[in-house]
Design a protein around this ligand. Structure first.
Ligand code: GSH
Length: 206
């Protein structure tokens, strides 16, 4: 049995849950992180010395880092779909996964944390606005890509859509002004029609 540690409102945990739901892979989820604690206990630290979520245990194989987990599970259960078999398609999918961690999340993090996880009187309005503008700017790169493809790596959903799709839910659900990005909008709407996305990603932001 696959065990996943992590609170269900974490963007990084949601990637793993959505991946499993798309592939119809069964799992047991254990609440950890945030108000649930657990991540600072010695048993958890022996699994994940970073004290972060998610962590998985797949029949004794322990793994942390959400994108490594998504790659591992997709390669194990979804070769030819979430894990593209074609080398170049897989490289494209990988590229967008790295982009999500290195470009998209650093851009949106202050906006998300500011509006959702910070009390109104403690918010830095200027930093939040800068983050909103930066996120809109970097999403221009996705907008260009999605002019010529339905999904990030081509014609069908891959692991890249899984990881960026969890982030885009936050962008779309935040109470903010967003520039018109019609291709990003179309892609996002296609994700919202997937039962697995509805079940584990489209939750109220907390
Ligand atoms: N690079 C790591 C980042 C993991 C991470 O930052 N997780 C956050 C939740 S999204 C966390 O554990 N925060 C502390 C907590 O929830 O207690 C990954 O992708 O798995």
């Amino acid at each position: 049995m696959l065990v996943i540690w992590g609170r269900n409102n974490s963007v990084n945990v949601q990637k793993v849950l959505w991946c499993c739901e798309e592939m119809a892979v069964g799992y047991e989820r254990i609440d950890a992180g945030g108000a649930f604690g657990v991540v600072d206990t010695p048993p958890y630290r022996s699994l994940n010395p970073n004290g972060l979520v998610p962590t998985i245990d797949d029949d004794g194989f322990v793994l942390w880092e959400s994108h490594a987990i998504v790659r591992y599970l997709a390669a194990k259960h979804a070769t030819g779909s979430l894990w593209p078999q074609d080398l170049k398609t897989r490289a494209e999918s990988d590229r967008w996964m790295d982009w999500k961690h290195t470009t998209f999340w650093p851009a949106i993090r202050t906006l998300f944390m500011g509006l959702i996880r910070t009390a109104p009187e403690k918010r830095d309005a200027r930093a939040i606005e800068e983050s909103r503008l930066k996120t809109a700017e970097v999403l221009g790169v996705v907008e260009s890509r999605l002019k010529s493809a339905a999904y990030l790596a081509g014609d069908s959903l891959t692991m890249a859509d899984i990881v960026l799709g969890c982030g885009i839910w936050r962008w779309m659900a935040l109470p903010i002004e967003r520039p018109a990005l019609p291709n990003v909008q179309r892609w996002f709407e296609s994700l919202t029609r997937r039962p697995a996305y509805q079940k584990v990603v489209m939750l109220p932001l907390t």
